[in-house]
Design a protein around this ligand. Structure first.
Ligand SMILES: CC(C)(COP(=O)(O)OP(=O)(O)OC[C@H]1O[C@@H](n2cnc3c(N)ncnc32)[C@H](O)[C@@H]1OP(=O)(O)O)[C@@H](O)C(=O)NCCC(=O)NCCS
Length: 167
């Protein structure tokens, strides 16, 4: 029987990279490379201290990454990919990874997180739709799926402009 209490959550280590790549390929398939979020991740590297894996029975079963970015002149973080292995879905692993990443980002003094994803999944985790036209992604994106999590008061209102690497 699976018990979420038996899952160990930890910051990403370099050894995890090939396992994360395999989980992500399994979850999204080769189509992921054309997504706008992937364009952002090509411009900047994720921060391993703000990225987490879930381990169960010695296997990595899920992961989430945060990548430092700038939106206009405001620092932010881009979340993704988030993926959980098919056999372990709907057991709370994804939400636990999301909460851990947000807590770590807040503790690190970050002000916001953005992502492209399904609003019904992310809204209960505190994500709001970003105003249309405010955040310009480096590729086409369904605007209703562009979401932001404020980690400080008023932080989402600062997010205006093009998404790029931090300077
Ligand atoms: C999306 C994903 C990360 C969720 O992780 P998970 O560990 O299975 O999810 P959790 O156990 O934390 O949450 C499950 C709940 O979220 C809901 N949910 C899952 N995916 C959802 C989605 N795309 N939209 C709306 N709700 C969703 C489930 O129905 C379930 O609801 P319930 O708690 O009311 O039963 C995982 O299913 C996955 O890897 N999917 C493929 C990759 C992907 O789509 N990544 C997200 C990109 S937006």
């Amino acid at each position: 029987m699976f018990d979420l209490a038996d899952v160990r959550f930890m910051p990403e280590h370099p050894d995890h990279a090939p396992l994360i790549a395999a989980i992500t390929d399994e979850a999204f398939g080769p189509g992921r490379f054309v997504r706008a979020a992937e364009r952002v991740r090509e411009m900047a590297s994720h921060d391993p201290a703000l990225s987490f894996v879930a381990e169960h029975g010695g296997a990595i079963i899920g992961s989430v990454r945060l990548t430092p970015i700038a939106i206009g002149r405001a620092p932010s973080l881009m979340l993704g990919p988030l993926a959980v292995r098919p056999d372990y879905k709907n057991r709370g692993v994804g939400k636990a990874l999301m909460r851990l990443a947000a807590e770590a980002a807040r503790d690190a003094g970050e002000r916001s997180v953005i992502l492209v994803g399904d609003p019904p999944y992310y809204a209960p985790l505190g994500y709001y739709p970003l105003p249309p036209g405010s955040v310009i992604m480096p590729g086409p994106v369904d605007i209703s799926r562009l979401l932001g999590l404020p980690l400080a008061d008023g932080a989402l209102a600062e997010l205006v402009g093009k998404v790029g690497p931090r300077r």
